[in-house]
Write a protein of this length. Sequence first.
Lengths: 61, 496, 201
Amino acid sequence: MSAAYILIWGCMLLFGCSSICALLWAIRTGQMTGSQEGANSIFDAAEPIGKPTDAFPGAKR
Amino acid sequence: MSVTATEINAAAPDPEGYVNERVDLLTRVQIDRSCRQTVVWYYASAVVWLLLGSVFAMLSSIKMHNPDFLANYEWLTFGRVRPVHLNLVGYGWSSMAAVGTLLWLQARLCKVRLPFRRVLPVTCVIWNLTVFAGMIAILAGYSQGIEWLEFPPQALGSFAFIFVILLATSLKMFAERKVKHTYVSQWYLFAAVIWFPILYSIAVVSMQLPSVTGAAKATINWWFGHNTLGLWVTPVAIATSYFMIPKVIGKPIHSYHISLLGFWSLALFYNWAGTHHLVGGPLPAWIITVGIVGSMMMLIPVTTLAINHHLTMIGSFHMLKTSPTLRFVVFGSMVYTLVSAQGCFEALRSISRVAHFTHYTVAHAHLGLYGFFSMIMFGAYYYILPRLTRNEWSSAPLIKVHFWTAAGGVILYFAALTWAGWYQGEMMNNANIPFIQTVEYTRPYLIARSVGGMLMSIAHICFAILVWRILRTKPVSQFHGPTLLANPQSEAGLAS
Amino acid sequence: MNHRLTFYLGVLASILASAIGLVAIPNWQFRDLKPFMDDQGYEHPIAPFGARSVGRRVYTDLGCLYCHSQQVRAANFGADIDRGWGTRRSVARDYIFDNPPLMGTMRTGPDLANIGARQPSRQWHALHLYNPRITSPGSIMPSHGFLFRRTNVDGTPPVEAVLLPAKPGEAAAYIIPTERGEALIEYLKSLNHTYELPEAK
């Protein structure tokens, strides 16, 4: 019982800590920069930012 | 941004910009065409299961307040039609709509054509046969008797095969992607394709092992049951809204950098949340505590999503009037914030003491799978199907009827059962009130639930008519409708 | 690209961690649970056998678990014990022979962990399953008429017959459970967790 308890919390702690480490690592190595580029990656020249791409049928553009 | 690139192009034709635009348009048309057969098959099948699932939903709901309705047929007894409803909407509608959306989104986000175009439609056929066989098995009395795992264990064979193909498809598209940046939706889609087969196989195999005892099986049951929602359908819906909201309004996501935090916190905590279904049950405290902690930690991904989805919408709410996709997807993601926040607190012992074992939980489940997931899938259909079939939706009023009956139905359903469930729980915890009073108290609300269900069924019939028409009519040669993107002439030229 | 690998490993690790925590560890913890032998040398719980085990299958395939739980919560958590649904809280050992588990998550109807102790009568169960409104007015449980054969009284009914309450203007009738019906009744009568276990004192 207590072994399971330690194991489970150990697991959660381990994964929690490793996720925080991963986050810090990501920030330090610049994974978080260029995020605007990521957000813009779904737009292109044919469907640029600022252009709505859906409307009810029959509506006038 | 008030001036769009198209407007600039129109004002001062710039040869380079024009070429880029043509190339992007051509790529997009080719990708959509490569997805056409597979996604249309998955989408059409999903709608059939949605309709059939609604029939079984209505049967179950009516039987709750009129217990003698169709009670003479063993195969139509409440205890069989209810799990059939769950499995049809879970594995038929939700999962098949999710696969269709997932494949299209991945192809679009990687900017590559869908691979394995011969075998993917076969997986759709196998999927349909599996759900059909599972439905017959439950009606005939061969249910496994485990919530969310009622299908005979042989279903594992089909799902394993299908998911091997789906995983290979995802990996191949990702390996050959033409886009430098991996958009946030991709993480969710990938993770979902990896998570579901692992979940399903571990759950089915351990349920079959005689050496695993009852209490452990109950834990595994809810590890699986909750994760099917959290790690399979939820990521697909989140990925969809991460794509649809910015794409439809033409504005990038508000805080892209925190989406990473949202993804990993979901991956880390949702896994552990399922055992809150066993609060108060005959299990050691640590199992339940883990479930409660996991559920509370879900506040982190829920908050990041709320920031990204709702703040992106600020300034664009007027477009809810003009875009069917946006209307459904934004409704869905608003409900996601609500239902997830509710779920976090519902896991607490003090709330569970009342809400567990009551209709309150049923209301919560429907708000999640319908108000959040299904509404986002409807939105995805409205965006994706015109692009695949090169057709317009046939009727704007019918889409509006679909939206309002679906939204009204699920709100009525949720309100009635949440209220009834809470008081049912309060009465149940007071030993001075005879049990039968908890039954009699809920009965009017169960009738209200049937009314809500009827509204949702009407919504599904409208939806099915729209899907039927868009699939049945021949592609239009002139592109004048607004859903079919900007440049009618050039696109018509490319398609022919 | 090593970022992609990191991603895949992270996704795998997150699910495998919970599989260890919520599949492997509970199984390992409950694996060695054995029935408890009381002072008289009786073992608790016992594995369902014969008609009871058939009846358990009937209970499963008719979906009784969607409305009935089989677990008693502790005295400080809800009113299960005050309602007389059990004498003590249920514990993991009560379920070592349960396959599939039928703990349930819904109480549209009352808890059945100890229904055999509350209602030991075959006649009560037969009437209740045939038409729940006979024994429990106001109930919304479906009738299970397909588990019985109904016959009008003509001479002396057989010993296994259960007489239906007389209704004005209707001929007297009795019901006989089918094999599946009899098995289900046997199973329900066997549901009894009132024995004592050291960990649930």
